[in-house]
Design a protein around this ligand. Structure first.
Ligand code: HEC
Length: 381
């Protein structure tokens, strides 16, 4: 940047942005339509000026609106709405959330609607045809603000059962939501048709107290493998079937695919396993599954971030700049937090990969699974 070369101070940079920014923006207002490189220049100029200046000046506001119109529906649109504190784009944000309920753009859009406290819009959309998508996006924010929106649906028998299940799944993603589900169960207000869903979600949450109580109140159906698993030295001698293992790997109850990618399939969250058979021997593969916290891969450490407003985030820190950190949560969704909004962050001792996954399968299944992983090798090796 020009500023970096000249080593200018903040005062100079203000002057410069005025010089570069205003004429560019005002001349851009005259022409139609906006070409992509024009849009990029305008965004840069607006960003240099900063939200305060832009929001105080009607001409600049007009320029911002043009840029929003030109970027509508893109990740950039969501960034602009957030960075310039735009308050009247909730309907467009909602469209984005419905299209992308489980990627970073859609979830960030949902967060912005929540931050605007536009509960009216959310309530209406939760009664419409896209309700399931909206509930899914709300859950992926992990924010406690979703609880009043979703909790009333859980026991409302007039609602579609698939939507109620999605509401349960979403609630379990926020601490206060998980606590609310547990309370419903305790007070025997949790409908029968939601018990299995609530049980399987609450038995997997990261809040130890809720998890323990859920195990008593809503126990999971007995696993196939409640007995002890043989020692690794025995396991490595077992013969496995890689083709069966591939099926187990994709099983919903086992869940590897919800956190790992193999050749482009699955969620990009934990390490890519496309060549794991080259990297780890069978003994190390067993250890990675039976005791994930024994050796957490570098860069995949778990962090707990507490926000000043009481919300929290849990995941991998994927970027850390002077004023922001980006956290990747379990679904592979990236959320950015201003450092000024963070009360505390703490690295966790335990891996994000849950222990006890072997309990979802038989010992033979486990051997098949490891046979499969071990077959995932670099071509030609
Ligand atoms: C909730 C997300 C999650 C689930 C579910 C999960 N993993 Fe992981 N896994 C991770 C993360 C995060 C790491 C990296 C941290 C660590 O090493 O513990 C990891 C690490 C690993 C490693 C070591 C990778 C390396 O490069 O060293 C293997 C192997 C592995 N997982 C296999 C599995 C298998 C098999 C399953 C299903 C039985 C599974 N994982 C389920 C998140 C998950």
């Amino acid at each position: 940047m020009i500023c970096g070369v000249l080593r200018c101070g903040p005062g100079f940079s203000w002057a410069l942005s005025g010089w570069l920014g205003l004429p560019v923006l005002i001349s851009a207002l005259a022409g139609e339509p906006l070409e992509p490189d024009r849009v990029a220049t305008m965004i840069e100029a607006l960003t240099r000026l900063g939200p305060e200046k832009v929001n105080a000046n009607p001409k600049l506001n007009e320029a911002l609106e043009k840029v929003l119109e030109a970027t509508k529906g893109t990740p950039q649109f969501v960034e602009l709405v957030r960075d310039f504190n735009v308050k009247d784009q909730d309907a467009t944000l909602l469209e984005l959330a419905i299209k992308n309920p489980n990627n970073s753009t859609g979830v960030e859009a949902t967060r912005l609607i929540l931050a605007n406290r536009n509960f009216q819009l959310l309530t209406t959309s939760l009664a419409g045809t896209n309700a399931i998508k909206v509930a899914e996006a709300l859950g992926n924010t992990g924010e406690n603000g979703i609880v009043p929106l979703l909790e009333p649906m859980v026991a409302d028998m007039k609602r579609d059962v698939a939507l109620r299940k999605q509401a349960v799944r979403a609630l379990a993603q926020a601490q206060e939501g998980a606590a609310a589900l547990l309370k419903l169960a305790k007070e025997e207000k949790l409908p029968q048709d939601m018990k299995l869903m609530a049980g399987s979600e609450l038995n997997n949450v990261r809040w130890a107290k809720i998890k323990t109580e859920a195990a008593q109140l809503l126990p999971l159906p007995r696993g196939q493998n409640s007995g002890p698993v043989p020692p690794i030295s025995e396991l490595v001698k077992m013969k496995g079937d890689a083709a069966k293992g591939a099926v187990i790997y994709r099983r919903d109850t086992v869940g590897c695919i919800k956190c790992h990618q193999v050749n482009g399939e699955g969620v990009d969250f934990g390490p890519n396993l496309s060549e794991i058979g080259t990297k780890l021997g069978k003994d190390a593969l067993y250890e990675a599954i039976l005791d994930p916290s024994a050796g957490v891969s570098f860069g995949y450490e778990a962090w707990q971030i507490e926000l000043k407003n009481g919300d929290e985030a849990y995941g991998l820190i994927v970027s850390d700049t002077a004023d922001e950190i980006a956290v990747k949560t379990q679904g592979g969704i990236v959320a950015r937090y201003k450092k000024s909004d963070i009360a505390k962050r703490e690295q966790q001792k335990l891996s994000i990969m849950p222990a006890g996954l072997q309990q979802t399968m038989s010992t033979q299944d486990l051997a098949d699974l490891v046979e499969y992983l071990s077959s995932l090798k670099t071509a030609g090796k």
